[in-house]
Design a protein around this ligand. Structure first.
Ligand code: ZN
Length: 441
């Protein structure tokens, strides 16, 4: 008999949704993990005699799928959730969020806010996030400590001071991030000017030059509200998309969040420049920003992923809830129930998310050689029985709390709903203590 190969983890007896190019589903399947990678997957009966794993996870009655990829968020803002609701974006930002940030956001705030957010994300199936905020060194450090994969970048907002000084400072911080996380297996760096209404032209252009030189993603909020669309049109004579195109910052390494207010010409530009999009339907609905024309964008072969946005404008970081809303919003807004199938939505939350972050060769699907970012969902529950179509349940019936276990980069981060890498109770205590001070404003 052949000698069995040593491995770290085997997940056995589950239904594996691979989300590969053929949307292959493996029943009674098994996945073998060694170090940070998936080294084998297939029928458990074919695989079991080939490996000697250190740890076995029995996924009977469970669905095993790639971890979810949340492509737009502001993690530390989780401490602001519920602080100011039922307001339009401009008022919400200028009268509530910006003043609270000015007063309270520091390293400690970002440490505990990020930890709180990551606890919520792990518990609802996210294994990769893309963040824009401040004190991102802390965000990156927390992501490494907790064991979650992330793209981080200093949010650049330049409207409230000397543009040059602000940019130089942000550039310095970005360079520090690049050096600190150069060899990180979990954290990568992007350059992130907040938007064309909070950053001057010079900053938008210089940020792109830096991004090109260092092969970084350029992440920006774009065409989020009617006010932004009208203001930019009045100031420059162009739509926000046309304006960013004129100044040369749109290409395949640009990730634009929201993209709600788009003309047909804008969509043509986004397609030609191969801009990637993060669709954040819950935030857009809650702030009454509008509805992104996702069906049209997909028809134009534009890469569309899903993001929750920060939990101050959502007010949660639950990607299953985002998937549910994305599906229903697309249907009701077009009066066409055939747009955005459940399968398409699941792909948006996994492999398409990986694609817009430039990580499709590493994550987003369960395939041999890819990183082992895997979640296990308990389907043995009344609201998930019976199953005619797994994708349908993932979009229309699953709750984030159905995620039982989570493995990221080969490490078990959550097992049977218990997060193993940090103290969640302490995190909630610290977040509550900070929130007590915030409440006084
Ligand atoms: Zn945002």
């Amino acid at each position: 008999m052949n000698q069995k190969e040593e491995s770290d983890i085997i997940i056995k007896n589950g239904v594996i949704l691979t989300i590969n190019d053929y949307d292959e589903i493996i029943y009674d399947g098994a996945i073998v993990v060694k170090k940070d990678k998936i080294i084998d997957l297939g029928k458990y009966s074919d695989i079991k005699n080939r490996y000697k794993p250190k740890k076995e996870i029995n996924a009977k009655g469970c669905v095993v799928m790639p971890g979810l990829v949340n492509t737009h968020t502001h993690l530390a803002m989780s401490i602001f959730k519920g602080l100011a609701d039922d307001l339009p974006l401009d008022k919400w930002l200028s009268e509530h969020i910006f003043p609270a940030e000015e007063k309270f956001v520091d390293e400690e705030f970002c440490h505990w806010g990020t930890k709180l957010a990551l606890a919520e994300m792990i518990l609802s199936g996210t294994t990769t996030f893309c963040d824009m905020y401040f004190f991102e060194k802390e965000t990156g450090r927390v992501a490494e400590e907790v064991g979650v994969r992330g793209v981080i970048g200093e949010g650049i907002v330049s409207k409230f001071g000397n543009e040059n000084d602000i940019f130089e400072n942000k550039l310095k911080l970005t360079k520090e991030l690049l050096s600190e996380f150069e060899n990180s297996s979990l954290v990568s760096i992007a350059i992130e000017p907040h938007s064309c209404y909070t950053c001057g032209k010079e900053i938008l252009v210089k940020s792109k030059e830096f991004a090109k030189k260092n092969n970084l993603l350029y992440i920006i909020h774009l065409a989020e509200t009617k006010k932004e669309f009208d203001d930019i049109k009045n100031e420059f004579g162009f739509s926000p998309v046309e304006y960013l195109d004129k100044i040369g910052v749109l290409n395949e390494k640009t990730l634009a969040a929201h993209c709600v207010w788009l003309s047909d010409k804008d969509i043509k530009i986004l397609k030609e420049r191969k801009v990637n999009i993060s669709h954040c339907p819950e935030s857009n609905m809650k702030l009454a920003s509008g509805i992104s024309p996702i069906a049209k964008l997909l028809k134009n072969s534009i890469n569309v992923s899903l993001g929750t946005d920060g939990s101050a404008s959502n007010n949660n970081l639950n990607m299953f809830s985002e998937m549910n809303c994305a599906a229903k919003l697309a249907k009701v807004s077009t009066l066409d129930s055939t747009v955005l199938s459940a399968k398409e939505i699941v792909r948006m939350a996994t492999i398409e998310g990986a694609k817009v972050l430039g990580m499709e060769n590493e994550i987003g699907s369960l395939e041999i050689g890819k990183k082992s970012d895997i979640i296990i969902l308990d389907f043995n529950q009344p609201h998930l029985v019976p199953v005619y179509d797994y994708y349908s349940h993932l979009v229309y019936s699953v709750c984030g709390s159905d995620v039982k276990s989570s493995i990221i980069n080969g490490k078990i981060i959550m097992e049977k709903r218990k997060i193993l890498t940090f103290d969640v109770k302490e995190t909630m205590r610290k977040a509550n203590a900070i929130a007590k001070k915030v409440k006084t404003i």
